[in-house]
Write a new protein. Structure first.
Length: 223
């Protein structure tokens, strides 16, 4: 092996080796307010990457709706907002990859700053993170979880842009742990939230709360 070949191999390792990925269909998850968050991003459709710091693949909003492994789904924008509003996060690195670490009791949830694809250009890698929710915002945009070195919050973006995907599932691996109450033929109740973004075990007997459906939509209810 000559010096040029050795140098080329070293460059390939430095470029791809630090973020090498294999793909799995299971994840131990971390419980956040009764919701299980995957610890790793989605790689190829239906699979998780191998390491928590791996960027995974990028998807536009429509494709992202169907790439979570079996038993997992995209979080709603309210579920993402619960994570960013009620849990402290810090800008840090894991194995040289920048991202935000959320403190969940005795556990931590790391989201790498994988950037995003826009107009066929990948930008803001190691600077910003963009993670799709299941919730549309009008006909052109959709909600996402956005962060950079300063903070993290629920935001929105053009649906055609390609972002990272971090999946969730309800406890006991059920799509709806709240009896999957039928609303109509097209959507079912997924969960309930207070106006402060706290997840509720059931619909309150009185007051104002938010209902989240399994098709990514939500509505305010006055009881």
């Amino acid at each position: 092996m000559n010096k040029k070949t050795i140098l080329f191999a070293a460059l390939v390792f430095l470029t791809f080796g630090m973020n090498a990925q294999t793909h799995n269909t299971s994840d131990e998850g971390i419980e956040v307010e009764g919701l299980i968050w995957a610890t790793r991003n989605v790689g190829n459709s239906g699979t998780f990457v191998d390491n928590i710091e791996d960027y995974g693949n990028y998807y536009d909003f429509d494709k992202a709706q169907n790439v979570c492994p079996s038993g997992w789904r995209l979080p709603t924008w309210i579920e993402q907002r619960t994570l960013t509003r009620y849990f402290e996060s810090t800008w840090t690195t894991v194995n040289g990859i920048y991202g935000r670490k959320f403190d969940i009791g005795n556990n931590t949830l790391f989201l790498p700053a994988a950037g995003r694809w826009r107009n066929n250009t990948l930008s803001y890698v190691d600077e910003e993170g963009y993670y799709w929710s299941s919730s549309p915002d009008g006909n052109r945009d959709a909600y996402d979880l956005f962060f950079f070195s300063g903070t993290a919050f629920s935001s929105n973006d053009f649906r055609d842009n390609e972002q990272s995907v971090r999946c969730v599932k309800d406890e006991n691996n059920q799509l709806n742990s709240l009896e999957n109450i039928s609303v109509n033929a097209e959507k079912n109740v997924l969960t309930y939230y207070s106006l402060m973004g706290q997840r509720l075990k059931q619909a309150p007997e009185s007051g104002i709360y938010i209902v989240v459906y399994d098709n990514g939509t939500s509505e305010k209810v006055v009881q």
